[in-house]
Design a protein around this ligand. Structure first.
Ligand SMILES: [Zn+2]
Length: 202
């Protein structure tokens, strides 16, 4: 898995990029929780459930079905989240589903059961470029931990900052266009009957 902080990168970069008017602070916080939730399945190790089982690590909780359930439950509280139901559902779904997608890009562990409950098959991305983070905290504070952080910075945070900046730029353009009002393509054209009428009545 990437580190916990890096799983928060997807909702954070999308939410901050779109701005508070689209993704209010409460929905953003819920998105971060949705992105971290799937790794609660590490409890399966303590319960003696094997890694490769449907209820093992990277199993059911990393599936698209689980992401949809989390999004539906979370979006049910859309009034508390101060967002529209559809916005809350889509944002929470992308946040929760992004967890499995990021995991699939790591070069360690087993693949992701994206299509549970329909299929227990595990999948990796075609190019697993992110260094897998050690599951133990002690091993994280080592040279290996540093390599993991560098890899996550390059493959997740840097593209995330670029996406965030692009979304923020798009929002600014939309706001400016709204301020200017609708563009009249015929304005100033003497052959446009509406323009001609305005000027003949003067
Ligand atoms: Zn995970």
């Amino acid at each position: 898995m990437p580190t916990i902080l890096t799983h928060a990168a997807v909702p954070l970069t999308i939410g901050l990029g779109l701005g508070r008017d689209v993704i209010p602070g409460r929905l953003l916080a819920a998105g971060v929780v949705a992105a971290l939730l799937p790794d609660l399945d590490v409890l399966a190790f303590h319960a003696g459930i094997p890694y490769g089982a449907a209820f093992g690590h990277r199993g059911f909780s990393h599936s698209l079905f689980f992401a949809a359930v989390i999004a539906l439950l979370g979006a049910g509280g859309f009034r508390v989240l101060r967002a529209r139901f559809v916005t809350a559902f889509l944002f929470l779904f992308v946040a929760a589903a992004s967890h499995g997608v990021l995991d699939a890009f790591t070069n360690g562990g087993l693949g992701i059961a994206f299509f549970w409950p329909w299929s227990a098959d595990r999948y990796f991305a075609p190019v697993p470029v992110i260094e897998a983070a050690p599951l133990s905290v002690a091993r994280f504070f080592s040279a290996r931990g540093w390599a993991v952080l560098q890899s996550e910075m390059g493959w997740v945070w840097l593209p995330g900052i670029l996406v965030s900046a692009a979304l923020a730029g798009y929002q600014v353009c939309l706001a400016r266009a709204a301020l200017k009002g609708p563009v009249d393509p015929g304005a100033g054209d003497p052959l446009n009957p509406r323009y001609a009428k305005q000027h003949t009545t003067l």
